[in-house]
Design a protein around this ligand. Structure first.
Ligand SMILES: NC(=O)c1ccc[n+]([C@@H]2O[C@H](COP(=O)([O-])OP(=O)(O)OC[C@H]3O[C@@H](n4cnc5c(N)ncnc54)[C@H](O)[C@@H]3O)[C@@H](O)[C@H]2O)c1
Length: 321
């Protein structure tokens, strides 16, 4: 993997990935990002690197994408409408981006025989009731009238398109389902819970919990994710689907309390129902814990950071930036 394309490379996970790829001495790196939720500041330290080309464009608007993809040997496709708040605010646009842009990128990979890694999501499991969600767990997404499931449905379509093309021998895809990834440069404004709570705590503002706070999540450190993405490309795990996440769970109420403690904050915790915040078209899984045996088996790597480390690290970053 010497010449790499990263779509969504100015976003949270993408910017961490491109920096690591440059550290690993890739020869050539094309970043495609329309800065819809990404930020140029995420890549300002690397755009002057002569190996890097940054194309500020919506994927759907690129005219000669097949020619653009010539002369690369791997594509990471991360560009997508992401984040509960962003999805609910941009319903049809994010749905279409997630399907049309992904299809277009897959076609360009097919034309140029580029292997591709696609970032799907734990949302595809919906509100599955199994204690632990393995890659084979049956999805239980809600009715189409609950529009929050449009994100999950669009990512499932992406997976189906990629796996169908693989079955037909046309594309070599690797699919990862990411479970609540966090790290220093993640933005709060699209509804991501950890940066939102930390920013409120640092300003002694109320911390708003959606629901009663008993719902649990498992958070994973972005550097671990980047290492997995690079390793999966190296081992050429084509046609495979992997959960990437942590098995350590924390309730959202305990997360808020941990953040208040670590920031010595005077913030109060307040509660609002999901319906009050997002309207009737919303429902949320009670737990979300991945089975990670498969990714460990393929890569030999386990997630390395616990929630205390992650929270402390993000607090320090936000205090200094
Ligand atoms: N962060 C998480 O916890 C998480 C969880 C599950 C899945 N994912 C997936 O990981 C990927 C990266 O997510 P992230 O957290 O870094 O989010 P992000 O919003 O920071 O990154 C997405 C990037 O894609 C860009 N983008 C969006 N639509 C585009 C388009 N049509 N053309 C070009 N660029 C476009 C955005 O500007 C942004 O930089 C996404 O595919 C997301 O669905 C993330």
């Amino acid at each position: 993997m010497k010449k790499v394309i990263v779509t969504g490379g100015a976003g949270f996970i993408g910017s961490n990935l491109v920096k690591k790829l440059l550290d690993l001495n890739v020869e050539k790196l094309l970043i495609i990002d329309d800065l819809s939720t990404g930020n140029e500041s995420n890549i300002s330290s690397i755009v002057s690197d002569e190996r890097v080309e940054f194309l500020n464009s919506k994927i759907e608007d690129i005219e000669s994408i097949n020619e653009l993809f010539e002369d690369y040997d791997f594509c990471y496709h991360l560009a997508a409408g992401v984040g509960v708040q962003y999805i609910m605010d941009n319903l049809s646009e994010s749905l279409l981006t997630n399907i049309l842009a992904t299809h277009k990128v897959l076609e360009a990979c097919q034309a140029n025989e580029l292997p591709i890694l696609l970032t799907s999501t734990s949302e595809v499991y919906g509100v599955a009731e199994d204690d632990v969600w393995t890659e084979e767990t049956k999805s239980l997404i809600g009715p189409t009238t609950k529009l929050r499931w449009s994100y999950a449905a669009s990512k499932m379509i992406d997976e189906f398109i990629a796996l169908s093309l693989f079955e037909e021998g046309k594309v070599s895809p690797i699919i990862v389902r990411l479970f609540n990834i966090i790290g220093p440069n993640q933005l709060s404004k699209y509804g991501m819970v950890v940066p939102r709570f930390i920013e409120s705590a640092l300003e002694d503002k109320d911390i708003l919990i959606h629901g009663d706070g008993s719902q649990s999540r498992s958070f994973t450190w972005v550097d671990d994710v980047v290492d997995y993405l690079i390793k999966l490309a190296e081992v050429k795990a084509y046609g495979e689907v992997f959960n990437i996440g942590q098995t350590e769970e924390i309730s959202i109420k305990n997360l808020a309390e941990l953040i208040i403690k670590k920031t010595n904050s005077n913030s109060q915790i307040i509660y609002k129902s999901h319906e009050e915040v997002f309207g009737k078209a919303f429902e949320d899984p009670k737990r979300r814990t991945p089975g990670i045996d498969k990714i460990i088996e393929f890569t030999g790597m386990k997630p390395t950071k616990n929630i205390e480390f992650m929270v402390e690290n993000i607090i320090n970053f936000k205090k200094n930036n």
